[in-house]
Design a protein around this ligand. Structure first.
Ligand code: SF4
Length: 486
């Protein structure tokens, strides 16, 4: 628990996020001033005062002993917002207290590259980088990474038009649950009886959504089937879904049609054949690591050999745009082990390699199992190595996001060889256009970048709810029309 006192302002959410950079697994609480500290890991007081037109921010923080507190203070300049000043004093005081220098400085948001892109577009790259390092305390190498991603995105987004959109389809089933996973995903064995209804209603939702998109004159730029693990479906069900996407959205003729094959243990020649015939252009085959020991430790029921075999099969069948996901900071992995996995992935020459950092979400078994201790410490070295090795191998970073409570407060980065970047990932991260999402747990994002208007429409989270409350979901689709037609 972190005791958090806010004086003279109400930036509660922002201050919680800042504290979580330093104490990722502690819950921030807002006690009364005279409450006992009890078992609190730390106490943080953040003050904002305005007197004689001068704005002053102060942060005081201590662990157990208030006599040994760290303090930071700043008089805000005219160009600084209250929020930025608060973030700077909090990071200064908490860094001094804990010895942690957050690589992304005061930035707590999930989209640092989006911020960088906007700064580049308004100030130019040099000034944008200066703002990152000086005002936001972002480390030089992370600033450079954000700028590389932002420039790649600027190029990829240059053909974007008003009324462009993407389509996302959620298949929230997996063969088994991995220990680090915090997504809503159901074991295919347990959910078997739900699948026929799920697929039937999903195709209904796709047809209904396509009708709306058509009526509104939306242009589909990418179609993405994710999860979960879409290839945990049978070949017949996969056919039904991809066929519906072709019928409703002409998916095979959009610039990008991706299906996440995800776990190699779900990939079969029959399923790849279905995807190939449906015109799927891009798939993912995700090793996460090439260490069988680590795979076993995290509850992934496949082997490194199986990944190699399924990758070779996909290549033989003509898939020429394949992504591989790796995770830095997996429990049981070492820096050397991660580097060896990355080298193996690079040797296979997939078009995309995505390097994730482990998300320390409370819900995942790994946290409740108390295994997090040393994970965060090694992750930064793994991520640094990945950046250098991938750059040397000819990959460039093209999209990036951060998850809250990721190990070491780091980032997930998508790397690509030239000309093979996944457009959907960029559209999603930059919130550049509407994403029409279908299926259980899917979230439609209606976006109007010129006005920064963003409306989310949530589908029901769990497959059984999606099935039993489908009629309510139908009503929610009206939101799409209201967004565009007022
Ligand atoms: S395959 Fe992915 S979505 Fe499924 S349980 Fe594992 S991590 Fe979660």
């Amino acid at each position: 628990m972190i005791r958090l006192f806010l004086i003279g302002h109400t930036y509660k959410y922002e201050c919680e996020k800042l504290c979580q950079i330093f104490f990722p697994l502690e819950k921030p609480v807002f006690p009364a001033e005279d409450d006992e500290a009890g078992e609190a890991a730390a106490t943080v007081r953040i003050t904002l005062e305005t007197a004689d037109q001068t704005r002053r921010c102060r942060c005081e923080a201590w662990l157990k002993d208030p006599a040994r507190k760290s303090e930071a203070e700043e008089i805000l300049s005219a160009r600084s917002t209250d929020e930025e000043g608060i973030a700077r004093v909090a990071v200064k005081a908490l860094s001094a207290l804990t010895g942690i220098k957050p690589p992304w400085g005061v930035l707590t948001g999930v989209r640092p590259a989006k911020l960088m892109r906007k700064l580049i577009e308004t100030q130019g790259e040099a000034a944008a980088k200066e703002t990152f390092t000086t005002d936001f305390f972002v480390r030089e190498d992370k600033t450079a990474l954000a700028a590389r991603v932002a420039q790649a995105e600027i190029t990829l987004l240059r053909d974007d038009r008003p009324r462009d959109c993407s389509v996302y389809v959620s298949i929230p089933f997996c063969p088994t649950r991995c220990s680090y996973c915090s997504f809503v995903s159901h074991s295919i064995t347990q959910a078997k009886k739900l699948i026929p209804d799920y697929i039937r209603l999903l195709t209904e939702e796709l047809a209904m959504t396509a009708g709306i998109a058509d009526k509104l004159g939306l242009r589909v730029r990418s179609v993405y089937v994710g999860g979960g693990t879409p290839t945990s479906l049978s070949p017949e069900d996969l056919y039904t879904v991809t066929n519906a996407l072709n019928r409703c959205f002409n998916a095979r003729n959009t610039p990008e049609f991706t299906v996440e094959a995800g776990r190699p243990d779900t990939v079969t020649p029959e399923k790849l054949q279905v995807l190939k015939e449906a015109g799927v252009q891009r798939i993912s085959i995700n090793p996460q690591t090439f260490s069988n020991e680590v795979l076993q430790h995290i509850g992934r029921r496949h082997t490194a050999e199986e990944t190699l075999e399924k990758f070779a099969l996909a290549r033989q069948m003509g898939f020429d745009n394949i992504n591989m996901d790796l995770i830095a900071g997996l429990p049981g992995d070492s820096v050397d082990g991660f580097c060896a996995s990355l080298t193996r992935a690079i040797d296979l020459a997939p078009e995309n390699i995505t390097v994730h950092t482990l998300a320390l979400k409370r819900a995942a078994k790994i946290v409740t199992g108390g295994e997090t201790g040393t994970v965060a410490a090694k992750t930064a070295d793994m991520v640094d190595y990945a950046g250098k090795a991938l750059t040397a191998a000819g990959y460039g970073p093209y999209y990036m996001y951060r998850q809250s409570r990721s190990a070491g407060n780091l980032e997930n980065v998508g790397w690509t060889v030239p000309g093979k970047a996944c457009l959907y990932n960029v559209y999603m991260m930059e919130e550049i256009h509407t994403v029409l999402a279908c299926g259980g747990g899917a979230v439609t994002k209606l976006a109007d970048p010129p006005t920064n208007r963003l409306v989310r429409v949530f589908n029901f989270k769990y497959p059984y709810e999606y099935i039993s409350r489908f009629h309510q979901l139908v009503e929610r689709k009206d939101e799409i029309v209201r967004f565009y037609e007022g």
